[in-house]
Write a protein that binds this ligand. Structure first.
Ligand SMILES: [Zn+2]
Length: 246
């Protein structure tokens, strides 16, 4: 199975330290049948459990491990500190300091994020849509990383719906305006033909930058790229992942 993207994060200050492996999956290379064809990683979208487990094991192998913990995201700001395989229930973020344990964040338009301070051995994943921007999941994830010893964090945002593909209702705009600093709101809401669009990735990046973190991005649009799952495009469909392990 070929990931959409994969790589290693290395420390700028201690080049000899062990790099952290990460990967972003697409929709191909798994065993699920239509409409989850084929690398669906979510057990909560109606796919066969055995197929999803096989797919999750394949995704974890991309970062060289067999144990993994999967986010069960709810568009909130709860973050779990995990040290064993399983599911982080109702959490949009997870942090670990345990080597050999992959963290997996699922998405199909929202922004998946992997974060790492490999010098101090702290990694995290987070899931952020427009509700997550307001809820503060990026801040909450960084807070828990720092509470566990992280101080030089790198981050990568994965495949997500782009601003041009993401028109929103007034309710979304109202909540963003109420919950975010004016500078961020004005930079992520675009107007076109009397329709408002939201750039969630830009919001995530602004919130990371506020912590001095300069993220890199996998600039693939889930809705435009048929090799990715997109909830907005397909409705009943699977979820791809970003995966990271110490
Ligand atoms: Zn797009």
């Amino acid at each position: 199975m070929n990931p959409v993207a994969a790589g290693q994060l290395r420390s700028a200050t201690t080049p000899g330290s062990r790099p952290v492996s990460w990967a972003a999956t697409g929709r191909f290379g798994g065993v699920s049948a239509d409409p989850f064809e084929s690398l669906n990683l979510s057990t909560t979208v109606g796919d066969l459990q055995d197929a999803v487990i096989e797919n999750q094991v394949r995704a974890a192998h991309l970062v060289g491990v067999s144990r993994y913990n999967v986010l069960d995201a709810k568009h909130g700001s709860q973050v779990a500190l995990v040290s064993a395989g399983g599911i982080a229930h109702e959490c949009d973020g997870a942090v670990t300091t345990t080597p050999g344990l992959a963290l997996m964040v699922l998405a199909a338009d929202c922004v998946p994020i992997v974060l790492a301070d490999q010098t101090n051995g702290v990694i995290a994943v987070a899931h952020c849509g427009w509700r997550g921007l307001v809820a503060g999941i990026v801040d909450a994830t960084i807070d828990l990383m720092q509470a566990n010893g992280a101080d030089k964090i790198q981050a990568i945002t994965g495949p997500a719906i782009c601003v041009s593909c993401y028109p929103v209702q007034q309710d979304c705009v109202t909540q963003l305006e109420a919950g975010l600093p004016t500078g961020i709101v004005s930079s992520i809401i675009k107007m076109s033909n009397d329709q408002r669009f939201v750039d969630v990735r830009a919001g995530v990046h602004a919130q990371l930058e506020a912590h001095g973190i300069h993220p890199s991005a996998i600039l693939e649009c889930t809705m435009e790229n048929p090799a990715l799952f997109s909830y907005r495009r397909d409705g009943r469909t699977g979820r791809q992942a970003m995966v990271i392990a110490l």
